[in-house]
Write a protein that binds this ligand. Structure first.
Ligand code: ACM
Ligand code: ZN
Length: 545
């Protein structure tokens, strides 16, 4: 009897994890706790979306737009309903939630309800309802019966888009933000300026976009290229468009972090205003990829004055507490021979050009802090001394992030070997990419919180981000191909508990997600299956030898 009871208790204990892998529930990122019951809730044209608080209206709108777009069903929003409803509610009594994106989701044959600890939590919970809907367009919209209690592991869950190497329309940027939202991610890092284009209108310095927004050609093929297309290329966002995108993201509880690159990756700005460079130019907006030697002069006060003007216009457009100031890949060759830069090194008692780079970043940080905002910089900002309040984005591996956390600075992990979504995702990639090989399995294996850090230091790891550099992504279809399905794996790395995590179990849910990509009509890579086949073939060969 005792043995029977023990077996029963063991079964009970394992039920939740068993139900998470049940075939009908395939939520990604995997919820912290999920229990299922037999049966389903049927969504039909009489189903009401109940919103008691106007703060949850945007969440109901997102859901109703989704259901209309993908299933052709129009649902009404109502204040209340006693049956056949989906309700979106936010707990009012929690002033400062421990984890504001926490939510619970319960479905019965009568109703489905999501309750978040904040509006953002309710929105994230609504994404789980979306993932409970069928992946095929159907008039029979069943939502399985579940009880979910869920919250993210990491606070910063980001995706970057480089719009300098190739420019993307406001329409696509919004679509990209929806991809972020559909994965319960919450940061959009918008890389707005680089050598190949300045993409944000600055009213006081209009040439930044009039001149810096366009290049007179682009190399053909993989760097260094087989020629130049000699086609004028470019574009930029007006400040009104930026506001529109920021508001669109805010409705999805996504913070937009702008990046204005300095002191390197600045050639487009130099082309617009040649006094910004060490030699005085003339300069052209760069037509090829890789690192550029011409950078902002660090010895000329007029450079800082212009960049402060830029910040005066950029900062008010973005509610984000952060602005990203770049700081990566800044060659020091011009500074070494520039009398103004050398004078600055002498006057400020700096040791070398690395300290001059720190001087540059710290001077800008001081200005940005005085406006109530904080900076993020790529990990090169560690060289020559960190700016006092800077957050470090670690891209050349994790070492920069580890070092920054040890120095009590916040960190966002973006190591190339795990989250650079511009790298090839197949060993037999048939489109041109920047190179490298980053399989979805490798993305899925990532843990952004390094074990070498102690508990206190680990708290500095805010999260991680996928980076999408677009040298070899000239159109939205290619961007989609590069981010899917790896973005889906990354979303689980960022949201779900780090254990237990099983690729085999994830892959089953992912195969359903592939059908959801079809529903969305997005372009995605199937390389995962090709590479697995190569592996199996190799094994077979070894076995038969
Ligand atoms: C970078 O990839 N240059 C930050
Ligand atoms: Zn100089």
């Amino acid at each position: 009897m005792i043995r029977v009871l023990a077996a029963f208790l063991v079964c009970l204990f394992f039920m939740p994890s068993f139900s998470q892998t049940s075939s009908s529930i395939n939520i990604i990122p995997k919820p912290v706790s999920l229990k299922t019951k037999p049966g389903s809730f049927k969504v039909d044209r009489n189903t009401k979306l109940v919103v008691k608080d106007e703060g949850d209206r945007g969440t109901a709108d997102f859901f109703s737009d989704y259901v209309k777009k993908y299933y052709g069903l129009s649902l009404e929003v109502a204040r209340e309903a006693d049956k056949n409803y989906i309700s979106f509610a936010t707990k009012k009594f929690i002033k400062a939630p421990d984890n504001e994106e926490h939510y619970t989701l319960n479905s019965s044959t009568n109703s489905v309800s999501v309750e978040g600890d904040s509006y953002a939590g309710t929105f994230r919970g609504m994404q789980s309802i979306i993932q409970l809907l069928p992946v095929k367009k159907s008039s029979n919209l069943g939502i399985p019966l579940v009880t979910i209690d869920d919250q993210p592991r990491l606070a910063y869950r980001g995706l970057m888009l480089d719009v300098a190497r190739h420019f993307f329309s406001v329409e696509f940027v919004k679509k990209y933000i929806d991809f972020i939202a559909l994965h319960k991610m919450n940061r959009f890092h918008w890389h707005l300026t680089d050598d190949q284009g300045w993409r944000i209108e600055i009213k006081k310095h209009p040439k930044l976009t009039e001149v810096g927004g366009y290049r007179n050609g682009t190399i053909i093929g993989r760097y260094p290229g087989t020629g130049n297309d000699n086609i004028r290329y470019g574009g930029f966002y007006t400040q009104d468009e930026i506001k529109e995108v920021v508001a669109y993201a805010a409705k999805r509880y996504i913070t937009v972090i702008p990046e204005i690159e300095m002191p390197g990756h600045a050639k487009a700005a130099l082309a617009a205003y040649p006094f910004l460079g060490c030699t005085g130019g003339p300069y052209e907006v760069r037509q090829t990829w890789a690192v550029e030697d011409e950078v902002f002069c660090a010895g000329n006060d007029s450079v800082f004055a212009l960049l402060q003007d830029v910040m005066d216009e950029v900062l008010p457009l973005f509610p984000s507490e952060y602005v990203h100031v770049g700081g990566d890949e800044c060659p020091k060759s011009r500074w070494k021979t520039c009398p103004k830069c050398q004078k600055r090194i002498k006057d400020e008692n700096l040791k070398d050009e690395h300290e001059l780079q720190s001087y540059f970043i710290q001077r800008m940080e001081k200005y940005i802090n005085s406006k109530g905002k904080k900076i993020i910089g790529w990990d090169e900002i560690l060289e020559g001394g960190l700016a006092p309040n800077a957050t470090v984005m670690s891209w050349r591996g994790e070492q920069g992030g580890i070092e920054a956390a040890k120095q009590d600075h916040d960190v966002i992990m973006t190591p190339g070997s795990f989250v650079y979504l511009d790298h090839s995702q197949s060993k037999k990639e048939d489109s041109v990419t920047i190179g490298g090989y980053l399989s979805i399995q490798k993305v899925y294996s990532y843990d952004p919180v390094p074990k070498v850090l102690n508990k206190e230091q680990q708290k500095h790891i805010l999260g991680a981000q996928g980076n999408v550099w677009t040298e070899y992504m000239a159109n939205p279809r290619k961007v989609e191909y590069m981010i899917f399905p790896r973005l889906t794996a990354l979303s689980e790395v960022l949201w779900s508990p780090s254990t237990p995590r099983s690729w085999d179990e994830f892959e089953k849910r992912l195969s359903v997600q592939f059908k959801r990509y079809d529903l969305w009509k997005v372009n995605y890579s199937r390389a995962m299956y090709t590479d697995m086949r190569i592996k199996v073939d190799k094994k077979k060969k070894i076995a038969s030898n």
